[in-house]
Design a protein around this ligand. Structure first.
Ligand code: GLA
Length: 384
């Protein structure tokens, strides 16, 4: 799959700029197995990079000009690196421009480049196409200008680009996964310390992505509202325990004791985060011991919590999750990513993955919209 994407981006580069690129960088999209809306609460997540992503073909320029050609839109956007400043142009090119801006802001010797971008991760589906674009652009710009590649530092810079240039207040999970994951393994990440543990996916298991085909235009404001509700719950709990740094530090006991005094919405959001934060470690343990039933049960509990307490599911997501779970080979399923639309993910028996994917597609609204595919845990950003 990657070789096809690389051939496409090379061809696009040649068409757009009339010569061969110097190299190609690729970064993966991701699914999150469990640990949703915990990253910006300093908590734990268990994502897995997938074998679909974004490729950036590049050639260094000796001036300041950054020219970026998109395979998806056919457009070429350009500007001088030194002239890039937020706020936001609200375009696809912001992700690349933001990365160049963040790298330059961190004192890295980044200059002009010609870039062509192509991807095979569905856009806006909750599979982190934007983080894949940011991290592949960073990898390409770093290679073009001889900047030493530090995956953790670059994940942070790409998050900064998204927060401050694109204007999306995301946590670090997506950029970190694109920059630091390993083939064959999920990534247990502590979003406070950035400590990681690579967790092999058992041979007998497969992960199926189920795209509802629904994209939500209000996802950004709904996401920011959820963050604000977490801040509000934290502020109330700090009146009792001033030392709390984030919802990650709140115990179920403290939350239960203070629940009557919390605003009802903030209470539900915090209840999700406090319970969800324990699931990534538990699921990593279940995968390590091969207890797929326990791993799947954690995913299904997470979905119920996201639906009922965090309120980020949708009728379409609930439907694909229910269809997957009604299949005998499914251990568990849940929405993945921010929610509101996009994709769900199921943990299933490897031998039945293809049959389950086709079955869900057929039964979901008569097979009109859903597209399901089996994905493999992929390698982080690299040069080819
Ligand atoms: C989006 C954000 C992530 C994370 C998830 C929800 O994917 O980019 O940082 O907050 O939503 O878990």
């Amino acid at each position: 799959m990657e070789s096809r994407l690389v051939a496409r981006v090379r061809a696009r580069y040649l068409e757009a700029f009339g010569e061969e690129p110097e190299g190609v960088a690729v970064a993966p999209g991701r699914v999150n197995l469990v640990g949703e809306h915990t990253d910006y609460n300093d908590g734990f997540v268990l994502p897995m990079a997938i074998d679909r992503g974004v490729a950036v073909a590049f050639r260094r320029r000796d001036d300041e000009r950054l020219r970026v050609h998109s395979d998806a839109t056919g457009e070429t956007w350009e500007a001088d690196v030194g002239s890039l400043t937020p706020p936001v142009y609200a375009r696809w090119s912001d992700y690349v421009a933001g990365v160049a801006w963040a790298m330059a802001g961190a004192g890295q010797p980044v200059g002009g480049a010609d870039l062509a971008v192509a991807g095979d991760v569905p856009i806006g589906a909750g599979l982190s196409s934007s983080a894949a674009l940011e991290v592949s652009a960073a990898r390409a710009l770093a290679a073009a200008h001889g900047v030493c590649w530090d995956p953790v530092g670059m994940a942070r810079l790409c998050q900064r680009a998204e927060n401050e240039f694109v204007g999306m207040a995301c946590g670090v999970m997506d950029q970190f996964t694109a920059a630091c994951s390993r083939a064959g393994q999920a990534l247990l990440l502590d979003c406070r310390s950035l400590d990681t543990e690579h967790v092999p996916l058992p041979e007998s298991a497969a992960v199926v992505v189920m795209d509802t085909g629904v994209r939500r235009s209000l996802a950004r404001s709904a996401y920011n509202e959820r963050r604000a509700a977490c801040e509000s719950a934290l502020a109330s709990l700090r009146r009792v325990e001033p030392g709390l740094r984030a919802l990650r530090d709140v115990t179920p006991e403290l939350l239960a004791a203070e629940a009557p005094r919390l605003d009802p919405i903030a209470r539900k959001r915090a209840a999700h985060v406090v319970a969800e934060n324990r699931r990534p470690g538990a699921m990593a343990e279940a995968l390590l011991t091969g207890d797929l039933a326990a791993a799947g049960a954690l995913m299904s509990d997470s979905h119920a919590s996201l639906r009922d307490l965090y309120e980020v599911s949708s009728s379409e997501l609930d439907r694909v999750v229910q269809l997957a779970r009604s299949h005998g080979a499914c251990f568990g399923a849940r929405l993945t990513g921010a929610g509101f639309g996009g994709c769900a993910v199921a943990l299933v028996e490897r031998d039945a993955a293809e049959a389950l994917a086709r079955d869900v597609e057929r039964r979901y609204r008569g097979g009109m919209l859903a597209s399901c595919f089996d994905c493999r845990p992929a390698e982080c950003a690299h040069l080819v």
